[in-house]
Design a binder for this molecule. Structure first.
Ligand code: CAA
Length: 240
């Protein structure tokens, strides 16, 4: 069945792969992005998927952006809260600004994305919420006190939403990617990245499409009884 799907941070990295995969599954996809107009235009040229610009850290902007998506495409039945940033630093060097930027985007951004969509899902008695967490929310990570806090927080969000939405036909699940070959991981110093790959039993970084396939399954009608769960896709780097 074709539904309307919103993917935040949906024009680059894992989000772009998710947007494309949901489109291939027959859904009408809206890809949100915050800043990179050039990448968004190239993404639309390449995929035909429309993009919508707003900052997920801003509640009013999210509400207005989602209203525009719904006016253009129809009510959102599938929402993928994927937008995220890193501001890595060892804790003793981490500034309050680095803390707040990551909390505002990665954690409050999930609230800002799902909250305006939730009442409509409750009324229509159907919804699929997927939050893209991270292996580093499960295990913690040197230089990522801020990021790990948000990604662990995602798991609390979906476990709570799952209980609130279950009777209304809404599921809320998380995917915890390991280290995936995206710009975010490529931004890590090369030496550090090599040492990370050495810790992955699969011996390689994951591909964005490997995360997109997890999401496509979780949003399918077949996954209706999977609620409050976490799928880890990390090449056997960590088990929780
Ligand atoms: N474990 C233990 N020690 C580590 C370490 C680690 N993972 N990484 C760095 N260190 C140590 C270094 O060996 C060095 O030690 P010495 O001082 O004894 O030489 C020290 O920490 C580096 O300290 P600095 O004060 O010089 O650090 P810095 O201010 O220059 O910061 C850094 C460097 C930001 C930590 C950089 O090394 C870095 O970016 N590391 C990668 C962090 C990381 O893995 N981020 C994940 C990004 S990908 C992602 O987030 C996607 C996802 O969901 C998986």
């Amino acid at each position: 069945m074709s539904r309307v799907a919103l993917v935040t941070g949906g024009t680059r990295g894992i989000g772009a792969a998710i947007s494309k995969s949901l489109k291939s599954a027959g859904h009408k996809v809206a890809a949100n992005y915050a800043g990179n107009d050039e990448a968004a235009a190239a993404f639309t040229r390449q995929t035909g998927i429309p993009t919508f610009k707003w900052n997920v850290a801003d509640y009013e902007a999210s509400k207005a952006g989602i209203a525009k998506v719904e006016a253009d495409l129809g009510p959102v039945d599938i929402v993928i809260a994927n937008a995220g940033i890193t501001r890595d630093a060892p804790f003793h060097k981490m500034s309050p600004e680095q803390w707040h930027q990551v909390i505002d985007t990665n954690l409050t951004g999930v609230f800002n994305t799902v909250h305006p969509i939730w009442p409509g899902m409750r009324e229509r008695k159907f919804g699929r919420v997927v939050v893209i967490s991270s292996i580093n929310g499960q295990k913690g990570q040197f230089a990522q006190v801020n990021y790990a806090a948000t990604k662990a927080g995602d798991l609390g969000i979906i476990r709570s939403l799952a209980q609130e939405g279950a009777r209304a036909g809404i599921t809320a699940n998380a995917v915890c990617p390991g280290y995936i070959a995206t710009e975010m991981v490529m931004a890590v110093p090369e030496k550090v990245r090599e040492s990370i790959i050495a810790q992955i039993p699969a011996g390689r970084l994951g591909e964005p499409e490997e995360i997109a396939r997890c999401v496509s399954f979780l949003v399918s009608d077949d996954a209706g009884f999977i609620n409050g769960s976490t799928i880890s896709a990390n090449g056997a780097q960590f088990f929780s």
